[in-house]
Design a binder for this molecule. Sequence first.
Ligand SMILES: Cc1cc2nc3c(=O)[nH]c(=O)nc-3n(C[C@H](O)[C@H](O)[C@H](O)COP(=O)(O)OP(=O)(O)OC[C@H]3O[C@@H](n4cnc5c(N)ncnc54)[C@H](O)[C@@H]3O)c2cc1C
Length: 378
Amino acid sequence: MSDADLLRAEFAENVRRLADKKIAPFAASCDENAEFPAHSVEAFRELDLAGLAFPEHLGGSGADLPTQVMVIEEIARVCAASASVLLTPWAALTPLIVHGSDDLNHRIVPDVAAGRALASFCLTEPGGGSDLAALKTRATRVSGGWRLGGTKRFISNAGHSTWYSVLARTGDDAYGVFFVHRDDEGLSFGKHERKMGMRGFPTADLYLDGCFVPDDRAVGDTARGYHYMMDTLTYTRPLVAAHALGIAQGAYEHAVAYTAGREQFGKPLSRFQLVRAMVADMKTQLEAARALLYRAADTAVDNTSRSRAMVSMAKLFCTDTAMSVTTTAVQLHGGNGYMSDYPVERMMRDAKVTQIWEGANEIQKMLIAKDAFAEFES
Ligand SMILES: Cc1cc2nc3c(=O)[nH]c(=O)nc-3n(C[C@H](O)[C@H](O)[C@H](O)COP(=O)(O)OP(=O)(O)OC[C@H]3O[C@@H](n4cnc5c(N)ncnc54)[C@H](O)[C@@H]3O)c2cc1C
């Protein structure tokens, strides 16, 4: 093990302890009451987790992507909603950190890094999320800035965030990224969506009704926002994959403990060969997913066609693993697994969305195939 790996493993132990002690006890009630996990935001402060993904000169700790991945996995292992609350601002601020002015970075990032503010990432619209280039939200040039009009759909942390990074059309084939503040005139929110899972993680529409954004809150080149967001997804998809893997890991641990303790036909379920085979399959899927994810996280910064395909493979495989492992975990709990008294019921519901968001898995397959055929189709 390298020194970096050892440090990461030690940090993982600390995060796991924090997650078990301060986050896990509230996961069920958060889900049941569709309640924002404020206690988790408080817990993140103990290890300065909110700032992990941000550079040190902006108040963060500048952790590399594999370390961020490890942290998200540990939190999602006990509470998927809390892990998403943590990672969403990392995604939202990535275009700003890479392409934004120093001044805008200093106005936004330190508060988010210190856990005093949240941020949301606003791409999807009512017309669709997969075909992002077809988006309709428009930014119109006016004196001193831009006026934004349109609707963003299913926005995570909406209403709880102070800042919203919004992708809007600035021309026929041009898009900009704009930072909208919660108090800006012309910004309002829809109802909080009632969801199958991830119920403690808020989701709502964002309405932009002639919302004025001054020039100094536009990121970089206002014709290149689409590329900024596509690059951002290469860095954030490993986090979404880690989130899914964490859910799967949590469900696996519950299934092992349950089958070791529950007796049928005079012996523990874990003594039955069919049950052991199911557990062996789960463990193999988890380790394969983890290996792929860390490989993708190591190479994501290259941002080549190959590394983007690796990231898509990790997102696809980790999220399919999450659905498969959580479903098997419910099966191994029998009738109890269908009851909300047991965490695997929540974990199976939480897993489903990971196959849909941040580019549905069918979109990931398109990207992987694009790289596979690149030399024949360029
Ligand atoms: C809980 C939740 C939170 C979310 N948070 C955010 C957020 O914070 N910010 C944000 O911008 N968005 C967010 N989203 C939106 C999410 O990213 C989109 O739902 C997702 O990208 C899919 O877009 P869509 O729902 O419009 O489905 P569509 O684009 O209508 O696609 C529907 C389905 O069709 C299939 N499909 C689509 N295109 C193709 C194709 N070319 N080939 C084959 N199959 C295809 C896929 O199976 C896909 O799932 C969130 C969604 C959910 C459910």
